[in-house]
Design a protein around this ligand. Structure first.
Ligand code: ATP
Ligand code: MG
Length: 765
């Protein structure tokens, strides 16, 4: 049909269409990668608005990243126009922040609470553990934080944890948990896990509040349902309600793929998918089987790998995009050679017009693997962007600046306040800080109040010099507070912070080049703030026909709104746009979930790297790694590359790595090996896994292994790149086999003669 609704359904297959049109009881769409689950979710929202006359304000959709949320909102706006604005499309965390800001008073909090990330959390736990006299070696803050987080993901509060504790560790954890919660409360702060848990508590303990949300949200939709944990699962249940309060339960639609569950370490459990029909006895399930993303070759590889996992429901995923190109395999000498191969291939694909940079992604298992790619991409001038890693907002100077803003926005935020108390140095030492904090604890007052008491001379044991210094700090914060109170732009407040504290001046005066980078980062933060304000100011908010209620969103462009945005950025939010950015994207397999690229390089397929070392002896972990392999492979649309390095430096030591067992699981006829592991003994049958037949199948990683690895083959005239000397050209080659050497002109770095043994940090370009 030509109608708007008809067009919404036009390019959907019959099962997808059923999922979009389904009304009433809870609906689960389970399907393999690339089968259109996310498309179904987006279309369903559009269909609800267009055909079923649902008001956008009645829709709550939950995605895994803020970026996915923004995209979904945009796609729905394309379909239904500006009306889309009053929908709630967000991550679980952003959604909970909104609820908590609105309902803070009900929970006895003030709505300007701070959100603590894992670093803040660890700081506070360190303080708590110190107060409890715990041995930091036996009970490291990191470990305590993980245990507390796990408890929160299971919705276990401190009192319950205490009751249930059966051993010393559990008792300690419960003890820390209890005072940690108290300190969070005093700081008017919530950690990430609290956002979910407290929202659940709110809905469970306050039927009137719950009823409000039941009336409001008639439709709840969740993407990537396989990665929900128990707390999130419960939150969804509480959101749709049971009908007992007189409001019929909201309509629920969740989509997911148990084979892509990769967040077990955050408490995610596929139980939520597997038991959906038990959780919601009226539920319907729809399966999707056609993949629209990848060629059959790519899909067959993915199916072959994932089918090795035990206890899974087999799905027959197929594609009618044809077989396409074979998967390309490459065995590199070392990680530098692997990166050079990737760079060469990208060059070839782009030059040949097969793909542009923005259509290409490089995946690896852990963030630290990006460095080698970055080095070579920089040398070759290949535009790229690394997603995640040491994130901008995790840098020390950025955190310091944000801590000032947070302490200004929420004076109760103890962690932020203590972070900046003596940054830059102003003569408030650890001892003075301890005096103030002891006083605060004893008097049961906040740290900020204790600082004022110190100025008035009420804090014992504080020497006059410290007291003066504290007075200076309090005065400074009061001065800056004036700007906040009169509603200055965030960027101006930030500028004032950097100015009045002399933070930037100090870095500028430093001899350390790192400090200059820090200045640049701070300037970047000012730019971010400036853009934030400008966007808030110029983007007109279209007026809704139906008035939109106060949604708990801080005023646009305000300091609170800025801090909220900043504390909820996730790795995946910085994934570049293929069209507008035109750069190669580098990221971990975890971050790649839900995305798709015409060309994908999956690198580092070595046992001990991927699957991760930790998983080698643990079937549960290994199954999780295999799901990660499935996620990686299924991101590729047209071309997939799988590579491994014979030798990789880990912790500064080269180690010989065997092929990833996942490579063995891919049918040999799907892969074309560009380079295989050189054979070391008598000729034998052709190898499949790029692995010489004489190689023991799983040699233990050894530091001496590189001596046995093949040489780098070079000819006079070849261009090379060396880790230490940089770019060069080969001027002579001598000897052969293990005695081969090359004389290389590295320009400014001189002419050097190098042995061409495996493991030499040298690659041919
Ligand atoms: P993942 O499991 O990786 O999250 P998914 O199941 O969510 O994948 P989508 O991302 O929704 O899959 O869809 C994969 C690709 O297939 C997208 O490019 C989407 O536009 C396309 N697609 C989905 N359904 C159809 C269809 N019926 N016709 C044409 N293209 C489709
Ligand atoms: Mg999806």
């Amino acid at each position: 049909t030509g109608s708007a609704v008809g067009r919404l359904l036009e390019d959907l297959n019959p099962s997808q269409r059923r999922a979009v049109e389904h009304a009433g009881a809870p609906l689960l769409v389970v399907a393999g990668a690339g089968s259109g689950k996310t498309r179904v979710l987006t279309r369903r929202i559009a269909y609800l608005l267009a055909e079923r006359k649902v008001h956008p304000g009645e829709v709550m959709a939950i995605t895994f990243t803020n970026k996915a949320a923004a995209e979904m909102k945009e796609r729905v706006s394309d379909l239904v126009g500006a009306r889309a604005r009053s929908m709630w499309v967000s991550t679980f965390h952003s959604m909970c922040v909104r609820v908590m800001r609105r309902e803070a008073k009900t929970l006895g909090m003030s709505s300007n609470f701070s959100i603590y990330d894992s670093d803040d959390t660890r700081r506070l736990i360190t303080l708590v553990a110190r107060d409890l006299d715990l041995d930091p070696k036996r009970y490291p803050a990191r470990t305590l934080a993980i245990h507390i987080s796990n408890l929160k993901n299971e919705l276990v509060d401190a009192a319950t944890a205490k009751e249930r504790a059966t051993n010393d560790l559990e008792r300690r954890v419960a003890e820390v948990y209890e005072s940690y919660q108290r300190r969070l409360g005093e700081s008017n702060s919530l950690d990430f896990d609290d956002l979910i848990m407290r929202t659940v508590e709110l809905l469970q303990d306050h039927p009137d509040v719950a009823e409000h949300y039941h009336r409001r949200f008639r439709h709840v939709l969740v993407d990537e349902y396989q990665d929900t944990n128990h707390a999130q699962y419960t939150l969804v249940r509480e959101l749709i309600g049971t009908g007992k309060d007189g409001v019929p339960p909201g309509e629920l639609c969740v989509v997911g793929d148990a084979d892509q569950s990769i967040y077990a370490f955050r408490g995610a459990t596929i139980r939520n998918i597997v038991e959906f029909e038990r959780d919601y006895p009226q539920a319907s399930t729809i399966l999707l089987e056609q993949n629209y993303r990848s060629t059959q070759t790519i899909l067959s590889a993915a199916n072959a790998v994932i089918s090795r996992n035990p206890d899974r429901r087999d799905k027959r995923l197929w594609s009618d995009l044809g077989d396409g190109e074979k998967i390309v395999g490459y065995v590199a000498d070392n990680e530098h050679d692997e990166a050079a191969f990737v760079a060469r291939e990208i060059d070839r694909l782009v030059d040949g017009g097969e793909a542009n940079n923005g259509e290409i992604a490089v995946f690896y298992r852990t963030n630290n693997q990006s460095r080698v790619f970055e080095e070579i991409f920089i040398r070759l001038g290949l535009p790229y962007k690394v997603v995640g890693g040491v994130r901008f907002y995790e840098r020390r100077e950025v955190r310091d600046a944000l801590a000032y803003l947070r302490a200004l926005s929420n004076p109760d935020d103890t962690v932020s306040l203590r972070r900046i108390l003596n940054v830059p140095k102003r003569g408030i030492g650890d001892r003075a800080e301890a005096c103030v904090s002891t006083y605060a604890e004893r008097e049961r007052i906040g740290f900020a109040a204790a600082l004022r008491a110190a100025v008035e001379g009420r804090v014992p044991l504080l020497n006059p010099r410290s007291r003066n210094a504290i007075a200076g700090f309090v005065e400074l914060m009061d001065e800056l507070g004036v700007l906040v109170d009169r509603g200055d732009d965030v960027a101006d407040i930030l500028e004032a912070v950097l100015e009045k504290t002399a933070y930037r001046a100090e870095l500028e005066a430093s001899e350390d080049p790192q400090d200059h980078t820090r200045v640049e980062n701070l300037n970047e933060l000012v730019t971010v703030a400036r853009e934030f304000t400008d966007l808030g100011a110029v983007a007109p908010v279209p007026e809704e026909a139906v008035p939109v209620e106060d949604d708990g969103v801080p005023a646009e462009g305000s300091l609170a709104a800025f801090l909220e945005r900043v504390s909820l950025v996730a790795d995946a939010d910085s994934v570049p746009d293929a069209e507008s950015d035109g750069v190669v994207t580098l990221m971990t397999l975890h971050t790649a979930k839900g995305l798709e690229y015409p060309v994908v390089f999956c690198t580092g397929w070595e046992d001990g790297v991927f699957p991760h070392m930790r998983a080698l002896g643990d079937p549960t972990e290994l199954a999780e790694e295999r799901r990660l392999a499935y996620v990686g492979i299924t991101r590729a649309q047209r071309r997939l590359y799988l590579s491994r390095a014979l030798v990789r430096s880990a912790w500064g030591q080269p180690s010989a790595n065997p092929a990833s067992r996942f490579l063995d699981e891919i049918p040999p006829d799907l892969v074309e090996w560009r380079r295989v592991e050189p054979k070391r003994s008598a000729p034998s049958a052709p190898t499949s896994w790029g692995r010489g037949s004489s190689t023991p199948s799983r040699p233990a990683p050894t530091n001496a292994g590189w001596k046995n690895t093949p040489a780098v083959a070079l000819d006079v005239g070849d261009r090379v790149s060396h880790d230490k000397y940089g770019l060069g050209r080969v001027v002579a080659v001598d000897g052969s086999g293990p005695r081969a050497t090359a004389t290389i002109d590295f320009g400014g770095a001189g002419t050097v003669r190098l042995m061409l043994i495996g493991g030499v940090p040298l690659v041919k370009l």
